[in-house]
Design a binder for this molecule. Structure first.
Ligand SMILES: Cc1c2[nH]c(c1CCC(=O)O)Cc1[nH]c(c(CCC(=O)O)c1C)Cc1[nH]c(c(CCC(=O)O)c1C)Cc1[nH]c(c(C)c1CCC(=O)O)C2
Length: 352
């Protein structure tokens, strides 16, 4: 894996990568989770011609929507257009995105005896469309715009694999966790092993940093997170961080921040349920922080939005290593002008 390091070294001087390393920057970098999504007319134009999964699996189209979103918004990083769940398909899960309902898995893991049926996909050939998209995007993006890769964390993927879709209370997932720890261990390790290779391959193809999404881990008590989730997320971070910085993102439960920190990473993604300065106190001075405006604040009139953006920037004042973002993804019916305005506000107000 020497080549990818040399490859990524060319893109290290951007505002974003400086913030990742907690170096001084001219102004606060910003990107938006789900920045290439349905609220953007340019995305819908492409999306209306193909299904979501076809879009993910066609590198030229995935590249086009990634690059267009970065350029339209003026954000400081691009994120690969893909999804958390396509990695589940080659592992043997029958994934479908249903119109209006989101992702469904038709053959979820129903009990511990089924964990073994998940295929190891170490060669990653079946996900080559992702790495091809990374190559196309990196070739087109300006050198001062890093490209972020991403994957789901083992817990969030396990919850889809077991529940068969999104869930309110994660009953089946927690049942397996509690009732069959050895099956749970096997399942989480199967995800970790594949995710490490998947992210290494994204980095080798041209990503400068990667974000790991533990989007649903907020449903866990601190004790359960520590016992059933943290060791596997830690193993994932350890397997990837020598190749590129890891943004460890978790949402929904500020009581987990200290444990999220222990799981590791160079940047920590935080949501709006805690003041950013308080979160930084918990994380300590030796990490960068990404966040943390409430995505719903983007519906506010622009003067109010500006106050909200300033409040987040003020909470990070005096520290290097703040990357502005929402605390979760942008809503599909958002007015794109508000997103563009937010980017301009952050660049203006974040000036040092
Ligand atoms: C839980 C999750 C998924 N996918 C993802 C998560 C974590 C999200 C978070 O914590 O913020 C991550 C994701 N999904 C998507 C990206 C692309 C990169 C980006 O712009 O941030 C990323 C990073 C595109 C997408 N992924 C999806 C869309 C919408 C698909 C469409 O065009 O119809 C996009 C743009 C579909 C998707 N994919 C998933 C769901 C639940 C859905 C349906 C949600 C919905 O319909 O609003 C699984």
């Amino acid at each position: 894996m020497d080549a990818p390091l040399a490859e990524t070294a060319r893109y290290q001087n951007s505002r974003f990568m400086k913030a990742v390393r907690r170096e001084p920057v001219d102004t606060t970098p910003i990107w938006i989770m789900r920045q290439a999504g349905r609220y953007l007319p340019e995305y819908m134009e492409v999306r209306n011609k193909v299904t979501f999964i076809e879009l993910c699996k066609t590198p030229e189209l995935a590249a086009e929507v990634t690059i267009t979103a970065q350029r339209e918004l003026g954000v400081d990083a691009a994120i690969l257009f893909a999804d958390l769940l396509p990695i589940l398909e080659p592992m043997g899960l029958d994934l479908e995105y249903l119109k209006g309902e989101g992702p469904v898995i038709h053959n979820p893991i129903q009990d511990s005896s089924q964990v073994d049926r998940l295929t190891d996909i170490a060669d990653m050939d079946c996900l080559d469309f992702v790495f091809q998209a990374v190559k196309l995007i990196r070739a087109e993006l300006p050198a001062d715009i890093p490209l972020l890769g991403f994957a789901g964390c083992p817990f969030t993927l396990a919850s889809y694999a077991i529940e068969g879709g999104s869930s309110k209370n994660y009953r089946r997932t927690k049942q397996m966790m509690y009732n069959d720890p050895s099956a749970w261990d096997a399942l989480m390790n199967r995800f970790v092993d594949n995710l490490v290779v998947y992210l290494q391959r994204q980095i080798a193809a041209g990503c400068q940093a990667v974000q790991i999404f533990d989007s649903w881990a907020g449903c866990l008590s601190p004790e359960d997170y520590q016992q059933y989730v943290q060791p596997y997320t830690a193993k994932l971070v350890t397997g990837v961080q020598d190749y590129a910085p890891v943004i460890n993102f978790l949402t929904g439960n500020p009581a987990l921040l200290g444990l999220q920190r222990q799981a590791g990473g160079q940047v920590f993604g935080v949501d709006w349920r805690i003041n950013l300065a308080d979160a930084w106190e918990i994380f300590g001075p030796d990490v960068a922080i990404q966040g943390n405006m409430d995505p719903i604040a983007l519906y506010a009139d622009l003067p109010v939005l500006k106050q909200k953006a300033k409040a987040v920037l003020d909470a990070a004042a005096g520290r290097n290593g703040h990357i502005f973002n929402l605390g979760h993804g942008v809503m599909p019916d958002m007015n794109p002008d508000h997103v563009k305005a937010l980017v301009e506000m952050v660049h203006e107000l974040g000036t040092r």
